[in-house]
Write a protein that binds this ligand. Structure first.
Ligand code: TGC
Ligand code: FAD
Length: 390
């Protein structure tokens, strides 16, 4: 009973390699030992547990698919997904830290950076010795990041950066920020901004009811002088940050399964033990309906996501396929969290169990990395060839 159960109704383990299972099981054991016992407390206090950073690095939580020459683990996309699943089984906020560091900070430096930038940042980011954040969203540009107003001007020996980003995960403690800003021609580029640069501040966002164990903040640039060597030279345009989002959204699709599994596992256990009217509530048709639908939805999501992982390994997954999985899985998880909470009755609203925390966390997960609506519109545009955003 003190191990996580791992719903595997369709024997998906048969589709995994020994390496996948090893990576997953070590992440699972670490989450059980280092995250689950402390996370409720940190969430209640609205504090990120910084002491887990080193361990997150050790289980492959930071850039597991980055090649070993840059400090990564050189793992495939399924291993990356399984690590995200296990971390989010613990808490979506911890998975956020991992997603941001992996897919939104290490990924752009690896894909769009030059060799010097890779060697300077990636090994330290992989261990967590250095932490990063990703600044795309602005106060007036969330779903429509292409409208951003943050900008930089060429001043000869440096760039001068001005503007503000909002809702940035890890911002309050990050050592570096990958910031997306427009140049004088209105072309979007990525810049690495380092803590300590004059005019750069990261005020924390308080009073969140969701993702409380993750630190969120703003990035404010007031005439920040950014050295020219900090521009990511490999790719520009909105497609550059959107490429990072493909990787992060893929990880979130797996992560949401982890949160759903934890809610299902908790509710199933509780339903078998909770006696009302002289029998376990699990023996009633109403509670069985909830539990049976949960395992069905988890199984469907697992299959969808495993297939997406294979497509990513083959370099064939499209943005629209990733949107479908992110949208489906987060919606699946949030519905399961809500039903699971009801199975626990009054106990479901307390911090004695993880369900209410997952439920509140998932309100952020269904909004960030593209809202539930935006992902539907991405699918709609893909199947009709007609863009409904604008
Ligand atoms: P659109 O005209 O569709 O595209 C602009 C240009 O980008 C190209 N492109 C891509 N390139 C690479 N990869 C992709 N996935 C791409 N998708 C599009 C596209 O071909 C085009 O290129 P070009 O050369 O023609 O200019 O752009 P749009 O302005 O219509 O917007 C499309 C839309 C709405 C889908 C997009 O902007 C969007 O996805 N909006 C949602 C914003 C979002 O997801 N923000 C996330 C912020 S980060 C975050 O939330 C982190 S949470 C922390 C955590 O992960 O835990
Ligand atoms: P809006 O874009 O204003 O959307 C409001 C509503 O309008 C939504 O329901 C949306 O679906 C709907 N809508 C928008 N456009 C359309 C349309 N064309 N048609 C129909 N409906 C539409 N961003 C980062 O850059 N980095 C981070 O690290 C990061 N971390 C985050 C952490 C948290 C906890 C949260 C909550 C957000 C984070 N974000 C981050 C920002 C996140 O990506 C945005 O909140 C998200 O993209 C939505 O933008 P918005 O909040 O401005 O909502």
């Amino acid at each position: 009973p003190d191990l996580f159960q791992a719903p595997d109704y369709y024997l998906l383990d048969d589709l995994l390699t020994d390496e996948h299972k090893l990576v997953r099981d070590s992440a699972r054991a670490w989450v059980k030992r280092e995250v689950s016992p402390i996370i409720e407390d940190y969430a209640q206090r609205a504090e990120f547990p910084k002491q887990i950073i080193k361990g997150l690095g050790e289980i492959g939580g930071f850039g597991p698919y980055i090649p070993e020459e840059y400090g990564g683990a050189g793992l495939d996309q399924i291993s990356y997904g399984l690590i995200m699943q296990e971390i989010e089984r613990g808490d979506s906020g911890v998975r956020s830290t991992s997603s941001v560091q992996s897919s939104l900070v290490m990924y752009p430096i690896w894909k769009y950076g030059n060799e010097e930038q890779r060697m300077k940042y990636l090994p330290k980011l992989a261990t967590g010795e250095m932490m990063g954040c990703f600044g795309l969203t602005e106060p007036d540009h969330g779903s429509n990041p292409g409208g951003m107003t943050t900008n930089f001007k060429d001043k000869g020996d440096h760039y001068l950066l001005n503007g503000a980003k909002m809702w940035i995960s890890n911002a309050p403690f990050a050592d570096i920020a990958v910031v997306w800003a427009k140049n004088e021609e209105g072309r979007i580029h990525g810049l690495i901004v380092e803590r300590g640069m004059e005019g750069f501040t990261t005020p924390e966002t308080h009073n969140k009811w969701s993702l409380r164990a993750s630190a969120t903040g703003e990035l404010i640039f007031d005439n920040v002088k950014v050295p020219k060597e900090n521009l990511l030279p490999g790719k520009s345009g909105l497609g550059a940050p959107l490429g990072c989002l493909d990787s992060a959204r893929y990880g979130i699709a797996w992560g949401a399964i982890g949160a759903a599994m934890d809610c299902y596992d908790t509710a199933l256990r509780y339903a078998k033990e909770r006696i009302q009217f002289d029998k376990p509530i699990a023996a009633t048709q109403l509670q069985q309906k909830k539990l049976a639908e949960m395992i069905t939805e988890i199984t469907k999501a697992q299959l969808l996501t495993w297939r997406l992982g294979v497509l990513r390994n083959e370099g064939k997954a499209t943005t629209a396929q990733i949107s479908m999985a992110k949208r489906n899985n987060v919606d699946m998880a949030i519905n399961i969290a809500r039903e699971a909470r009801q199975i626990l009755g009054g106990m479901g609203i307390t911090g004695e169990y993880s369900i209410m925390r997952h439920s509140m966390n998932l309100e952020s997960v269904i909004t960030y990395e593209g809202t539930h609506d935006i992902h539907l519109l991405i699918t709609g545009a893909d199947i009709t060839g007609m863009q409904a955003f604008k």
